[in-house]
Design a protein around this ligand. Structure first.
Ligand code: P6P
Length: 339
């Protein structure tokens, strides 16, 4: 009867955030308005992603659609939707998107206090084969109303007020933290509302899954290679971990959050800073992991302590169950002592 309870509780994401907001009497509801616009973007992208296959089928995608317009690629469309939704919220001042080389500085007439960093459709190369993809976002708040500069978004992840992702898969699930734990909401298409379905998510302290692209093994550094070896051939007589790697960060992180284990995108000889982007992939997912009782490590430091110098900077990342990340931290520390 849990589903019925959700129906009668009707704990929508908007009501949930309003409840959170009521803890801050001085707040003027700006964050709730901002979040509502992010939720609107997610609903739109969810509908577009679900139609993508159909669009291809009836010849809408690719060259032109029935109106003779050029059918936009989903990641370009998603980016436009989020930029428009965030600007029109009147609550943002800087936007950093994976899709845009430069940051967007919102016109003073529409400016608010929040800086939003986001990947509008991460993993979009997986759309054609139906693998789950997602939107990832993080939110900083300007300390005062000085003229915004890039420095206002080149902040360590621990300065984020909130972070989340929306996964477009068999269902549309939005996972969010505003600093007081992690909650998951599932879109009920018949209501057009995200309902609370995963209250207070906590990641298991230790997991049985490791998640890495083994195809890069030739290029790994010592500690990563040693750690993966330990997962496959444990010396302490415990059973080997299972490998699960989807290749879409939102899907791999969502499974890690719910089932436990560790997700790794290490540096390697080809990409010394790894592949994943600090502001709108590493930071939001690290924020969520810490809020859920896990941790996130770059190979050198706590991921949320990293201070980015460029908006599209990359970093290696090891995140997930507290004990599993602790194990790889020990291997990097031992390596550090040797140097
Ligand atoms: P690789 C998708 O392209 C992405 O940006 C993330 O979603 C995913 O975790 C990673 O790249 C996969 O990269 O090199 O393993 O294919």
């Amino acid at each position: 009867h849990a589903a019925d309870a959700h129906r009668t509780d009707l704990m929508t994401i908007t009501r949930f955030v309003l409840n959170e907001q009521s803890k801050y009497p001085e707040s003027r509801g700006d964050f709730t308005i901002l979040l509502n616009h992010i939720v609107l973007g997610c609903k739109f992208v969810c509908s577009a992603v679900n139609k993508a296959g159909l669009a291809k089928l009836i010849g809408l995608a690719g060259e032109t659609n029935v109106q003779g317009e050029e059918q936009k690629k989903l990641d370009v469309l998603s980016n436009e939707v989020f930029v428009k939704a965030l600007v029109s919220s009147g609550r943002t001042c800087i936007l950093v998107s994976e899709e845009d080389e430069e940051a967007t500085f919102v016109d003073p007439s529409k400016r608010g206090r929040y800086c939003v960093v986001f990947d509008p459709l991460d993993g979009s190369s997986n759309i054609d084969c139906g693998v789950s993809i997602g939107t990832i976002f993080g939110i900083y708040m300007m300390k005062d109303n000085h003229e915004p500069t890039l420095d206002d978004v080149l902040q360590p992840g621990k300065q984020m007020l909130a972070a989340g992702y929306c996964m477009y898969g068999s269902s549309c699930t939005l996972v969010l933290s505003t600093g007081g734990g992690v909650n998951g909401f599932t879109l009920d298409p018949s209501l057009g509302e995200f309902l609370l379905t995963h209250p207070d998510i906590k990641i298991p302290k230790k997991g049985k899954i490791y998640s890495v692209n083994e195809g890069n093994a030739k290029n790994w550094d010592g500690p990563t290679a040693k750690y993966v070896e330990k997962c496959k051939f444990p010396k302490d007589g415990s059973s080997p971990k299972s490998l699960r790697y989807i290749g879409s960060m939102v899907a791999d992180v969502h499974r890690t959050l719910l089932y436990g284990g560790i997700f790794l995108y290490p540096a390697d000889k080809k990409s010394p800073s790894g592949k994943l982007r600090v502001l709108y992939e590493v930071f939001p997912m690290s924020f969520l992991m810490e809020q859920a009782g896990g941790q996130a490590f770059t190979g050198k430091q706590r991921a949320l302590d990293l201070v980015p110098t460029k908006i599209h900077e990359r970093s290696p990342i090891f995140l997930g169950s507290f004990d599993d990340v602790e194990d790889i931290k020990a291997l990097y520390a031992a390596e550090g002592k040797k140097e």
